[in-house]
Design a protein around this ligand. Structure first.
Ligand SMILES: [Zn+2]
Ligand SMILES: [Zn+2]
Length: 140
């Protein structure tokens, strides 16, 4: 069973992803406006995992929940001490999935992307990731 550890910058929050297989993680980029804001950069990078794969070892993330601009409520969890963004999930995915911020993994290269969403909002200077799927809109 592959286990991936992660944390916020200050390490008050530590977690593990416990997957049956690396294929249970679906990493993707999202170029939508809401992800740009939430991540504070030009795209969001998350790994979709089964809800129960996320095991919090230490700390208690702070949650922010709000409409993402398209009528869907998105929950975002972050460290209220250092501000690191840890995970998010839409209301519809609440019972079954978590979207882990890949940069919070101790080895962020462990789960490379399989696709890109909202490519129509890609920053003009950013090239496509090769050999993955590309969707102009929609997420998941
Ligand atoms: Zn922290
Ligand atoms: Zn997005």
């Amino acid at each position: 069973m592959p286990v991936y550890s992660g944390s916020c910058v200050c390490r008050r929050i530590e977690y593990e992803l416990r997957l049956d297989s690396p294929d249970d993680a679906r990493t993707s980029l999202c170029h939508c406006r809401n992800c740009k804001k939430a991540f504070g950069t030009n795209y969001g990078l998350t790994a979709k995992v089964p809800k129960d794969a996320f095991c919090l070892l230490k700390g208690e993330p702070k949650e922010h929940a709000a409409d993402n601009g398209s009528g869907a409520v998105v929950h975002r969890e972050f460290c209220d001490h250092c501000g690191s963004f840890i995970l998010e999930y839409g209301e519809a995915a609440k019972e079954h999935s978590r979207y882990i911020c890949v940069g919070s993994l101790d080895d962020p290269e462990a789960l490379p992307p399989k696709g890109e969403f909202f490519c129509k909002e890609r920053a003009s200077w950013m090239p496509e990731v090769p050999n993955v799927f590309h969707k102009r809109e929609i997420k998941q």
